[in-house]
Ligand binder design. Structure first.
Ligand SMILES: Cc1cc2nc3c(=O)[nH]c(=O)nc-3n(C[C@H](O)[C@H](O)[C@H](O)COP(=O)(O)OP(=O)(O)OC[C@H]3O[C@@H](n4cnc5c(N)ncnc54)[C@H](O)[C@@H]3O)c2cc1C
Length: 197
């Protein structure tokens, strides 16, 4: 795989506060608020709105009046708002789904992978910084891959490698570290109490 650094978009630093940006909202490589990079609870449609968003808010207002639930303008959302199941993924839903896939793919990776399987796993991992839709997540993951080249030599090592990368993201987001001794329990075997059987 060649060096793709020259193809990488110049990203705004998501940690730098932007005066006009509501807290938690993240800019994309185009300098506009990035919906897939932002948690649903933090997403605030622009006050001015586009033609389509203004149509949508009128429809939402009519629906709220009709159902008697009261109307909240689209840019006011409770802090604990959760993503409705019919909505496109936010940064968290996308992350959960992606980690589920990656950890499960590692859990079922062979103990003695063929060269073909190794090459494809490497391709999958190296595709992430290029294709993962949350651009700042993708860029950080790309940096981590360079610091810690993937170990695709067997199932156990690959599972640990993903666990460690996931823990780096957990640390960045201020979440608890996961005990990597428990990856098989979490992603393959289920707990000893049989509650997942
Ligand atoms: C490559 C990648 C990069 C990301 N970068 C960012 C980012 O920069 N900013 C951002 O806001 N979000 C990022 N995310 C999303 C973020 O990691 C979470 O998925 C999201 O915040 C939802 O978190 P969660 O607490 O629901 O559980 P998740 O972190 O999604 O975890 C899902 C489940 O995996 C298990 N688990 C947790 N840690 C581990 C581990 N180390 N090993 C094995 N299993 C584990 C737990 O059982 C947990 O419930 C990224 C996701 C991916 C896939």
């Amino acid at each position: 795989m060649g060096d793709q650094s020259s193809e990488r978009p110049v990203l705004p630093d998501p940690t730098t506060p932007k005066p006009s940006l509501p807290p938690g909202m993240v800019l994309g490589p185009d300098g506009k608020p990035c919906k897939i990079c932002t948690a649903f609870r933090n997403w605030r449609p622009t006050a001015s709105g586009t033609a389509s968003s203004s149509k949508k808010s009128t429809a939402a207002m009519m629906a709220a009046f009709a159902s008697g639930t009261g109307f909240q303008p689209p840019n006011s959302k409770p802090e604990n708002a959760t993503l409705p199941p019919h909505c496109p993924p936010d940064v968290e839903a996308l992350g959960r789904a992606t980690w589920s896939f990656l950890h499960a793919a590692a859990a079922y990776y062979p103990a003695r992978p063929t060269p073909h399987q190794r090459a494809n796993m490497l391709n999958l991992i190296h595709a992430m910084p290029v294709l993962y839709p949350c651009t700042h997540c993708a860029a950080d993951f790309g940096d981590k891959i360079k610091e810690h080249p993937p170990d695709v030599s067997n199932r156990e090592r690959l599972s640990r490698w993903f666990c460690e990368r996931h823990n780096e993201v957990n640390g960045k987001l201020g979440k608890e570290m996961f005990d990597c001794a428990k990856v098989d329990e979490r992603w393959k075997d289920g707990p000893p109490d049989g509650s997942c059987d």
